[in-house]
Design a protein around this ligand. Structure first.
Ligand SMILES: [Zn+2]
Length: 100
């Protein structure tokens, strides 16, 4: 499995790290940490869950930088939607990979 080690956005680089047990125990699959520029991801052992969690945390990142004030339920719905549309239309990912 290839999984990104970091995400670049608006000149920032967010390192992707394994979530701590505390995060996992709190029932969170991931955590966006703007202050330390980290994205914590809990590894449930499923690529689907990893991708879904990463997209969810990326929505939090976008929300933070664009100050959109999304509620958690809105982040959840948007990330489910983005995950679903990309999963069902992988040619979009191919197109994106060919963009500069
Ligand atoms: Zn969230």
């Amino acid at each position: 499995m290839s999984f990104p080690k970091s995400v670049k956005f608006l000149g920032y680089t967010y390192k992707i790290v394994k979530a701590t047990h505390e995060t996992a125990k709190a029932g969170c699959s991931g955590l966006f940490d703007a202050e330390d520029q980290l994205i914590h991801i809990h590894d449930h052992g499923s690529n689907e869950k990893l991708a879904e969690t990463l997209i969810h945390e990326l929505i939090h990142m976008i929300d933070y930088h664009f100050d959109t004030g999304l509620e958690e339920t809105q982040v959840h719905r948007l990330s489910n939607g983005v995950f679903g549309v990309l999963r069902a239309n992988k040619e979009i990912i191919t197109l994106l990979s060919e963009c500069n």
